[in-house]
Design a protein around this ligand. Structure first.
Ligand code: HEM
Length: 474
């Protein structure tokens, strides 16, 4: 059945939360938990509603069908919000994440190849080595039983994995935090977040201390990358066989850059290598931290993960090979459950490339759209007993609930632009969580309600403090 134009609603017909005359809902949108505020508004104003950020009207969709349509109809009918590209380019980041159309297609191919299941299997020794470093660090914490802000170690862990996967370069950020990328990278996401929805580009007129710091950090990252790129170019020149079989993502991109009609110039090679780091670091480390947040409150689940680990790899501290991960189904389920309840990407930003209709609403070209994903994940109609942390809902043969709709949980996006790093991150997280639970008891050093959600392009835990102790049981 088609909807006639006369039946269509306009965006201005949709309900909207009350805001201030000049700034609209900007005040709420500056809150750390803006994704939850948008979730609450969906309950009050419907799954399609609008908000105003100063003069700009934004369509918010918590409707799972609409969100699936938007993800699926890319790159033709929808694109990422154009401000994302503007902000990324201003930071010198020419990446697959902010590219569109043909440019995106050409960049996407080598990125997908570099992160394919086969390639990730080959990266497993790197993941295992970095997990061993992480476990050694946690062991030192367990000996003192001090309170630990574990997110920093997870960031270091993911940076170390991605750096070796992408450039073949062995960093050991976990043990050497000072001279690391970490402090340079950590400014990027919060400032992208602030700038995307800023009504005025103040950083261009009156840059503040953080804006200046960002400039310094971007330059420092560019310098280190420049060194990696030059070394890789030299390797390729000295070893022509690498052109046929590049051993790292960076080498593969440099080979691409020599092909005819390539989109990979120097800037795009740099951009995509750094994109791997940026895209893979906060997302994976936040999810690891949120998983521990729940496990610290559920020793019985830690115990089950420990039993699973003891059967899968009885003689080792970490899974010995990639194939053993297939036996860690419950561990994987615990991670899926943490992703459902604390998605690190609860909102994504899009705009249509043409005038179109979403459900019964006429949406003009270039309307800014926020897809709100955590609303569906918290809905009992999609997940029975939705607020409960229960990994067993993700085990097909053991799901105790009537409602279980995994496709409504869109933490990795979807369609042609589905996160290409999904498999790598799941392997990293399963290895790390299984290894931690095998050896340590985990408890929260703060009350659960004192751990806050902070959305800054990705959603991180704030004030997550953990105490590790040597495992009391096997
Ligand atoms: C828990 C971990 C992760 C989460 C939750 C996550 C989530 C996402 C989401 C929601 C998107 C947007 C997808 C869309 O538009 O449909 C995305 C894109 C992307 N992710 Fe991930 N990601 C994770 C880990 C990684 C890792 C480890 C890497 C690489 C090392 C990575 C690389 C990328 C890239 C390159 C894109 C852009 C894809 C494109 O625009 O075509 N991600 N990710």
């Amino acid at each position: 059945m088609t909807t006639s134009t006369a039946d269509l609603l306009k965006i201005s017909d949709l309900k909207s939360p009350k805001g201030s005359f000049l700034l609209g809902n900007l005040k709420e949108f500056k809150q750390k938990n803006k994704h939850r505020i948008l979730e609450d508004w969906a309950k009050e104003y419907g799954e399609l509603y609008t908000i105003k950020l100063a003069a700009k009207t934004i369509l918010v969709s918590a409707d799972t069908d609409v969100n699936a349509t938007i993800l699926k109809q890319r790159p033709t009918k929808f694109r990422r919000f154009s401000k994302i590209n503007e902000i990324f380019l201003e930071m010198g980041l020419h990446t697959v994440f902010n590219a569109e159309g043909e440019h995106w297609k050409k960049q996407r191919k080598p990125v997908t190849e570099a992160l394919s299941v086969k390639k990730v299997k080959g990266y497993y020794p790197i993941i295992q080595e970095k997990t061993t470093n992480l476990i050694a660090k946690i062991k030192s914490y367990s000996e003192t039983e001090n309170t630990i802000e574990i997110l920093n170690d997870f960031i270091a862990f993911t940076i170390d994995v991605t750096t070796e996967v992408a450039f073949g370069y062995k960093l050991n950020t976990i043990d050497n935090k000072e001279d690391s990328f970490q402090k340079h990278l950590e400014l990027i996401f919060p400032l992208i977040n602030e700038r995307i929805t800023a009504p005025i580009a103040m950083w261009r007129i009156f840059p503040n201390a953080r804006d200046k710091e960002l400039k310094i950090s971007l330059k420092a990252i560019e310098d280190v990358m420049g060194k990696f790129i030059n070394e890789a170019k030299q390797r390729l020149a000295e070893n022509p066989e690498l052109v046929e079989n590049p051993t790292t993502f960076l080498e593969a991109l440099l080979v691409e850059s020599k092909k005819e009609k390539t989109v990979f110039d120097e800037k795009t090679v740099y951009g995509n290598v750094i994109a791997m780091l940026i895209a893979g670091e906060d997302t994976t480390s936040n999810t690891l931290a949120w998983t521990l947040f729940y496990l610290a409150q559920h020793p019985e689940i830690v115990q089950k993960i420990r039993q699973e680990a003891s059967i899968a790899y009885p003689n080792n501290n970490t899974p010995e090979n990639y194939d053993q991960l297939a036996d860690l189904k419950y561990t994987n389920a615990a991670i899926q459950e943490a992703i459902r309840l604390k998605p690190t990407t609860p909102m994504l930003f899009f705009q249509p490339n043409e005038d179109l209709v979403l459900k019964n609403v006429f949406v003009p070209k270039d309307t800014m759209i926020i897809t709100q994903n955590s609303y569906a994940a918290m809905d009992n109609a999609n997940f029975s007993n939705a607020t409960k942390f229960d990994p067993s809902r993700w085990i097909k043969s053991a799901c105790p609930y009537q409602n279980h709709a995994p496709k409504t949980s869109r933490a990795f996006g979807g369609g042609a632009r589905l996160c290409p790093g999904m498999h790598l991150s799941i392997i990293e997280m399963t290895t790390a969580i299984s290894s931690i639970c095998k050896q340590f008891d985990i408890s929260l050093a703060v009350k659960p309600y004192e751990v806050e959600e902070n959305f800054a392009f990705t959603m991180a835990p704030e004030n997550l403090k953990i105490i590790f102790k040597k495992a009391s049981t096997l």
